[in-house]
Structures are given as C-alpha cells and as structure tokens.
Design a protein around this ligand. Structure first.
Ligand code: HEM
Length: 403
C-alpha cells in the first residue's frame, strides 16, 4: 500500500485508535508521510513492533537521510551537544552511557523514593484543595513528575516555568518545525548554565554525580554530558505527565471506574499498567534507521529508511490482548510495549510506574468525588508524532478531604 491511501495517525485526535486499527488490518508495515513532508515506515502490529525494537539492524545512532532529519535544522555543534545520549546511540556507546545512570533508576532505589513522591503529590493537592474546578493536567499531572526529576537531578524546582515551554515545543518535534530550533537552543543554554553552577556548588544529586563522571573518569565527553541531561529532563516528565492525565481521563470518563479505584486502591499497580496499554503517553517510539534492507511483516524495508513503531497500535493488537479496545481495570498482566522493548526499554519505567500509582492513590484519597468538568468531546489531543497527550483536563474536585 502506498502513502497516499493511508490516513495520517499523528493528528487523528479521538480517531487515533480507529485509524491504527485499520492500519493493523490493511497495511501493518507501510510508508507514511510525516508532517515535515518526509516519509517513514510505520509499524503497527505487536509482533512486528517487538521485532523492530529489538533487532540491531534498526539503528538509533544512524541519522535518517532526508527531510525527517529535523535535527539538521540547528547548527552542528548544537546537534552534537544534544544527541550523544543513550537513546541516540547503538552499542557499545549505548551500553556505557546507560550503565552510568542505571543505579538511581534501579527498582530498589526507586521504591525508596515513594515517601518523598507522596509528599510532592500531597503538597500539590493542598494547593488546589480549595478550588471547585481545576485543570488537572496543569495543576498536578505536569508539576508532579517535573518536581520529581528536578529533585533527582538537583535542579531548582522553580526553573520548571522556564524550561517547560521549551520541552513541550521539542516534543512536538516534527509537528512543529518552526519552534523546534529556538527551543532546543534555549534548553541547551540552560543546561550549560546549570552545569557551570553545579560544578561550583555540587550536591548529593544525579547531576553532580554525572559531572564527576565527566571530570574524573573521562567516561563522558562534554557532548555526552549535556546530551544525558537533555534526555533525562525531556524523557522524565512529559511522558509521566501524560500517564497521569490520560489515566485520569480514562478513570473519570466512567464514574463507576473511579468509584472502584477509590474503593479498591490495591488495584492501582494493575490499573497503571492497563492505562499505559490503553492510552500510553508515548504514541510512537523514536525514529530508527535501517542499516540494511530488512523484511518485516511481509514488506521489504530498504536500507537507510526511517522506521517508526506505533506503541499505541501494538498495545491494541487483538493477537496479543483479548478484547483490546476495552479498558479492564483488573486485566490479567500481559507485558505491553508502552515503555518500548529491547536495549532502549525505558530506563525510567520503575519510577514512572511509581509516580503513576502515587498520583492516582493521592487523588482517590483526597478527592473521591472527582468528576470530569466538561463532556469528552470538549477535550482535545495535542497533535504529535511521539506523544499522546491532552491539551487540558478540567475536573471538578467535588470531594471532601479525607482524614
Ligand atoms: C509513563 C512514563 C514513561 C513512558 C511511557 C516512557 C516511555 C519510554 C519509551 C517508549 C522509551 C523507548 C523509546 C524508543 O525505544 O524509541 C523510553 C526510553 C527512555 N526513557 Fe522513558 N518513559 C517514561 C518515563 C520516563 C522517566 C520518568 C524517565 C526518567 C528520567 C525516563 C527515561 C528514559 C530514558 C533515559 C530512555 C532511553 C533508554 C535507552 O535508550 O536505553 N522515562 N521511555
């Protein structure tokens, strides 16, 4: 099937899952046109997606040729300072870079963060508890993960107002080519300033540890250090924000669901998994480039092609998940692809899961009577190739504070 006959799933809004279901049926590996005008192969079935994410012939280090390469819109020195991170490298560089930061993100270390993540959640909810209606995305889902990642990295939390706009513009990526270069350049300047300040005044935080790794062991180059901070800042918040916001949309869109979560908070680990599967925050994995011609799902993808794996689609594949379009709060556990697969599987998955569980639990406890403040058709999805996220999530708190 050719590009022309395929609907663009990246601006499909509420129709996303219908568009993807049709692609899985009719054209599971197909060339599509991206908003930049460049083409990419989109993979929509679970088995093909899993293969593409774990096959070393799909490279993260090799830049795609042609117009999809919006990184070429910034000077080469900027490009280098931002894209020498683990998600833009193949082994052995990938292995070395990932190992350097794996410690703080390991499940045991993350589990110990629960009390201070709970404190952040409680503080944010204290801030809105007098209101009747709030935008849950803006007041809670966004600031919670930002505060967590800022604290982990050792970044002043008040800086979030400065960099959140840049991060949003960067993640809009190829949907927003005009705003991308100034946003990445501003974020790089900010990161460089941060590193200068941390060198002068180091703390017990990840940023200081990374600087030491750079300065003492020569295990990180300058570009790798700025790229690492760039990746952690970006990967660590917009994604989890949308886990919380998309999840709350799903839970509130049928009041009986929310009532069940309020009554049975022990369901929450499974609820988070099901929300990740059903409306995961990362719609499409990041670009990969084929190092040689690769046969996938009966199609021959040529060498040097850009490949996008639709995680949103793979997670609704009926060959993997029975009754995939139904949200089942206690669905029997079956691993899904919301955090990717293979060597680039999300480093922050244990942290994101914990943040999701803590975020939902605090809301259920404090605001059991919460409801959506507007009908579903008044909510809109932000167009994006990578991210699945709402523009806003107005809710009425409508609950009395629990003791
Ligand atoms: C619900 C929230 C999150 C989701 C759905 C998510 C999803 C993903 C996905 C799909 C990938 C793989 C992308 C690819 O293969 O192209 C990834 C990689 C990554 N994520 Fe997350 N992520 C989340 C939260 C976080 C958090 C909180 C952090 C912590 C800072 C984080 C850090 C990373 C890093 C460093 C990578 C690159 C790993 C590598 O290349 O080896 N993520 N994430």
């Amino acid at each position: 099937m050719t590009t022309a006959s395929v609907a663009n799933p990246f601006a499909a809004g509420w129709d996303l899952h219908d568009v993807l279901a049709r692609m899985r049926r009719e054209s599971p590996v197909v060339e599509v046109t991206l908003p930049t005008g460049a083409t990419a192969w989109l993979v929509t079935r679970y088995d093909d997606a899993q293969r593409a994410l774990s096959d070393p012939r799909f490279s993260k280090a090799v830049m795609p040729a042609g117009g999809v390469n919006y990184r070429a819109l910034v000077p080469e020195s900027v490009e280098r300072a931002l894209n020498r991170h683990m998600l833009a490298t193949d082994p052995p560089d990938h292995t070395r870079l990932r190992r350097l930061v794996a410690g703080p993100f390991a499940p045991r270390r993350v589990a110990a963060m629960r009390p201070w993540i709970e404190q952040i959640a409680e503080r944010l909810l204290d801030g809105v508890s007098g209101a009747v209606e709030v935008d849950l995305l803006d007041a809670y889902a966004a600031p919670l993960p930002i505060q967590v990642i800022c604290e982990l990295l050792g970044i002043p939390v008040e800086d979030q107002t400065t960099f959140r706009g840049w991060v949003n513009a960067i993640l809009a990526g190829p949907m927003n080519v005009a705003e991308w270069p100034p946003a990445v350049m501003a974020l790089l300047d900010y990161i460089r300033g941060l590193l200068v300040a941390k060198r002068q005044d180091p703390g017990d935080d990840l940023l200081s540890a990374l600087i030491t790794a750079r300065d003492e062991g020569d295990r990180l180059t300058d570009d790798e250090l700025t790229s690492m901070v760039y990746l952690l800042l970006i990967a660590g918040h917009e994604t989890t924000t949308n886990l919380i916001a998309n999840g709350m949309l799903l839970l509130l869109s049928e009041p009986a669901r929310w009532e069940r979560v309020v009554a049975e908070p022990e369901l929450l680990p499974g609820v988070v998994e099901e929300c990740l599967r059903y409306e995961g925050p990362v719609q499409t994995a990041t670009f990969r480039t084929t190092l040689e011609p690769v046969e996938l799902g009966g199609h021959l993808i040529p060498a040097g092609a850009t490949v996008l794996v639709s995680l949103s689609s793979a997670n609704r594949d009926a060959d993997r998940f029975p009754d995939p379009d139904r949200l089942v709060l206690d669905r029997p556990a079956t691993p899904n692809l919301a955090f990717g697969h293979g060597i680039h599987y999300c480093l922050g998955a244990p942290l994101a899961r914990l943040e999701g569980q803590v975020a939902f639990a605090a809301l259920a406890r404090r605001f059991p009577g919460m409801r959506l403040a507007v009908p579903l058709d008044q909510l809109s999805w932000r167009p994006s190739v990578l991210i699945r996220g709402l523009a806003a999530l107005p809710v009425t708190l409508n609950g009395t504070r629990q003791p």
